[in-house]
Ligand binder design. Sequence first.
Ligand code: HEC
Ligand code: HEC
Length: 331
Amino acid sequence: MPSILQSPLTATVAALALFVAAPAISEDSDILSYVDMFDPLPAMPPIPEGTTMSRERIDLGRMLFFEPRISASGVISCATCHNPALGWTDRIPRAVGHGGQVGERNTPTVLNSGWLEAQFWDGREPDLEGQALGPIQADIEMNLTLEEAVARLNEFEVYRNAFMAAFPDDPDPVNAPNVALSIAAFERTLNTPNSPFQRFLLGDRMAMDDQQVRGMRSFVDSGCVACHNGPILSDSQFHRFELPGSRDEGRYLVTGDERDRFAFRTPTLLNVAVTYPYFNNGSVDNLHDAVQLMGQQMLGQDFDDNELDDLVAFLHALTGEMPEVEIPALP
Ligand code: HEC
Ligand code: HEC
């Protein structure tokens, strides 16, 4: 703005700011204004009231997560689609479930999912407890009634004992709500600390290289952070996103509210480099195209190749340490 147009007030404020800030201006104070836009990942997500995270419960949840016999075919477990070796997802565009059926949507990772305030692309469940029983019953996923799932678990002494240890106050502990509580407790342990970005936020300014730092600035300056914020870079809110070639109406299928048509919950960006392909139908297989589409649809802007490279380099800095999970020996 030409200085002649500045009001005396603006000029005074500017002069004051210069006076106050000048001695302190350094790379760091500038970087701090970016760091302030983010929240580091705490060790554990919030634990809902009335839930406990006992060792016994987490261990039982881990068994159930890998247990294929709670599916009609006896071959599909949660880990079939949320595969620990594949970033706790499946790396195919749309999930393949019971009888080889292909679902409508891409499998999100369960890593850090304890922080999401709405589960599924359309947010139809509020929490992990509510989410856990869905896939067991879904005809295109595991296709089993909860009654049958519980009856199958009850056949094994190992499970009867494990449920008793995990729910010592429950006289008849092998039941569906306890299956959900156990799986959710296990999932809340699947967090990914110590990514270069996390270490950078916590003060190790060498943890990201120059390009990743440029990408972080661009992530803030261009407005990605408006939706991708908080400890896992998701606001858990719903935003309209029209994916070329998709007719999935998203949140509208849950609420019937016109404003929710084609709205989807913001996914986490932690570990996004290892959870390809992208978007609710998995139709985009690389981060460059995914970021360009986000820029165009969410921010009305086209990035040039350099900006894209920086943003993608930053997204690579979001890969943390994978949880070390022992594969359980099932009965
Ligand atoms: C056939 C593949 C398949 C199986 C088996 C499966 N899931 Fe999923 N999972 C998906 C898909 C696809 C979605 C997204 C569905 C949607 O949004 O409508 C999903 C979503 C989720 C989410 C929500 C994550 C988010 O970001 O919203 C969690 C948590 C989850 N699954 C846990 C489980 C658990 C626990 C089991 C076992 C009881 C399980 N899944 C079994 C494919 C699968
Ligand atoms: C208005 C909110 C909003 C803004 C701004 C936004 N995003 Fe997103 N982002 C979303 C939503 C919602 C999705 C899920 C879209 C879908 O698949 O239906 C998403 C998905 C993504 C994905 C795919 C993740 C996955 O696992 O499939 C990436 C990568 C991404 N965003 C990066 C960015 C970047 C980089 C920017 C800035 C250039 C940005 N986003 C700006 C809301 C937003």
